[in-house]
Design a protein around this ligand. Structure first.
Ligand code: BTN
Length: 249
């Protein structure tokens, strides 16, 4: 079904993911939850997502009739939509760091989180959270986060309209989501072009703290990262297998 019938706006919430999940469980078909601030924003691998005012914090509820294996494509589509939107609104050279980060000059400006419910091997609903540091003041972020983060206003030296970024994002996402629902994968070529890791040496660490080193050689049609290890074996990494990815400098 297409698409996003309703936008639910809040001043402050714990996490837009939680509100979106409640709505989905209450039967809302598709929609977007947006908040000015989150008190318990969360990221991947149980990390805290700092969400002061000025950012664009939103969760999209979707009900694609697909098997869970296709959810990774949705994360990639959202990343590509964010990159297109940032480029269109600001002209900044946003790039994608697989699977879920958007970076500018190597610093993270956006993170994407997918959570889903499945019934009998089919997706019941997915909630895709997107956090974009639009007008976030970096001094409001903890020191360890600040070192690796940026915001659009920081890069441009002035504020950017959150509404404009949101509009551009939804326009791009709608177009890509249509392709996703048709099972098309041609957009992955653009994803590859806008990736900042393909061809680079990377360290990939999983939840258990195990790290592998290799060269990121491709993103396959399922959205998995293809990594060639030094012994020439090839690994295809799924979203859940990667807690942290670092690029060798
Ligand atoms: C990550 O990079 O680890 C993903 C960050 C996702 C943050 C967004 S902000 C809106 C939505 N609500 C949350 O609590 N998290 C996501």
């Amino acid at each position: 079904m297409l698409f996003i019938v309703k936008i639910y706006r809040f001043r402050t919430v714990s996490s837009t993911q939680d509100i979106a999940r409640e709505l989905a469980e209450d039967g809302v078909k598709e929609g977007i939850v947006i908040a000015d601030m989150q008190t318990k924003g969360r990221g991947r691998a149980d990390r805290i997502w700092h969400s002061p005012s000025g950012g664009l914090w939103l969760s999209i509820i979707l009900r694609p009739k697909v098997e869970p294996v296709y959810c990774l494509r949705l994360v990639l589509i959202l990343g590509l939509a964010v990159v297109r939107a940032i480029r269109a609104v600001t002209g900044l050279n946003a790039l994608i760091k697989w699977p879920n980060d958007v970076v500018i000059d190597g610093k993270k400006v956006c993170g994407i989180l997918i959570e889903s419910e499945t019934v009998e091997d089919l997706v019941k609903y997915v909630i895709i959270g997107v956090g974009i540091n639009v007008n976030v003041k970096l001094e409001e972020l903890p020191l360890n986060v600040r070192a690796e983060a940026t915001s659009l206003s920081e890069k441009l030296g002035g504020n950017v309209s959150n509404e404009e970024v949101l509009r551009a994002l939804l326009t791009e996402f709608k177009a890509l989501y249509k392709l996703f629902l048709r099972g098309e994968t041609g957009w992955i070529n653009e994803y590859r072009e806008k990736s900042c890791i393909l061809g680079r040496d990377v360290n990939v660490t999983n939840d258990a703290g195990l790290t592998i080193c290799g060269t990121a050689v491709d993103v396959d049609d399922y959205g998995r990262l293809v990594v060639k290890l030094s012994d020439k074996t090839v690994r295809r990494l799924d979203y859940g297998e990667v807690a942290r990815l670092r690029i060798h400098i």
